[in-house]
Design a protein. Structure first.
Length: 202
């Protein structure tokens, strides 16, 4: 279906462009959301008659979005979640969680503006895009941690998961060192280091 864009749509075009899209995409999304018009002669005349107004309104909305973007950009929201030892969340962090976190900080965002390819399922710092306007995108941080202390460390750039694995590895190695058995001892033979200790005692 050929349509006339009423706003900039990423990967499609900008205001006034006539583009071809799949019928379903036009019928289910672009037309009902008033982001486009069917490209027929009548609509082309309507669009041209309203082009100046549409471009002016778009510029105003973009200006407002840019102002909001300055406040929102770089915001960090902390989300405390339970997880497995490997850092996989029991559940996930979704668009609603991001919106709630940003609104709690006083940012006026809507769930339609949050761009997440998929829910967050692991601990760590995650970048999330907020599309405040078709031409204004900013990035916020979702700091997903098991406690406020962990969140604080992650804010400072510490990779909590890597540290957790290192600590576990160290514990395993220490436990292995404590239970290490001297190799190739004959029954009744005393390990060499114990003999040295005995000599020192004597």
């Amino acid at each position: 279906m050929d349509i006339i864009l009423l706003e900039r749509i990423e990967k499609l075009g900008t205001i006034g462009d006539v583009v071809s899209v799949k019928d379903g995409y036009a019928r289910n999304f672009l037309l009902p959301q008033k982001k486009a018009l069917r490209a027929n002669e009548a609509n082309k005349k309507v669009f041209e008659a309203n082009r100046d107004r549409l471009e002016k309104e778009n510029a105003e909305r973009r200006g407002e979005a840019e102002k909001l973007g300055e406040k929102v950009a770089g915001a960090e929201i902390v989300l405390i979640r339970a997880s497995s030892n490997a850092g996989h969340l029991y559940g996930s962090v979704n668009v609603r969680d991001i919106v709630s976190g940003l609104q709690a900080q006083g940012h006026d965002v809507d769930k339609k503006q949050i761009v997440m390819g998929h829910p967050i399922k692991t601990l760590g710092m995650h970048d999330v895009t907020v599309a405040l306007h078709p031409e204004v995108h900013v990035t916020v941080k979702a700091n997903v941690a098991r406690s406020d202390d962990e969140a604080e460390l992650q804010s400072q750039g510490v990779d909590v998961l890597a540290q957790m694995f290192e600590d576990e590895q160290r514990e395993i190695e220490e436990a292995a060192a404590e239970t290490r058995i001297e190799p190739n001892l004959e029954p009744g033979e005393i390990p060499a280091d114990m003999l040295e200790d005995s000599a020192d005692d004597a």
